[in-house]
Design a protein around this ligand. Structure first.
Ligand code: ZN
Length: 76
């Protein structure tokens, strides 16, 4: 390690005691767990079938929901 690099390393270590160098990722805070899957029973506006759908993928207007099967049929 060059002198400049060492100075830089020490400065980083000073400002961040957790700093372990560039390969210190193992000590980094783990990402937060994914939110729990919430599903809602919605009626598809095209085929009128009821589907349990992940709320995150639902449109704000539930009556505009189109199930995956119908979306695929529209795409082809
Ligand atoms: Zn459908």
């Amino acid at each position: 390690m060059g002198r400049k690099d060492r100075e830089r390393f020490l400065r980083l270590k000073e400002t961040n005691p957790e700093y372990q160098g560039f390969r210190g990722a193992a000590t980094a805070t783990p990402p937060p767990p994914p939110p729990p899957l919430v599903t809602e029973s919605v009626t598809c506006s095209l085929c009128q079938r009821r589907r349990n759908v992940n709320v995150a993928s639902l449109p704000p207007d539930r009556s505009a929901y189109v199930c995956l099967r119908c979306q695929e049929e529209q795409a082809t």
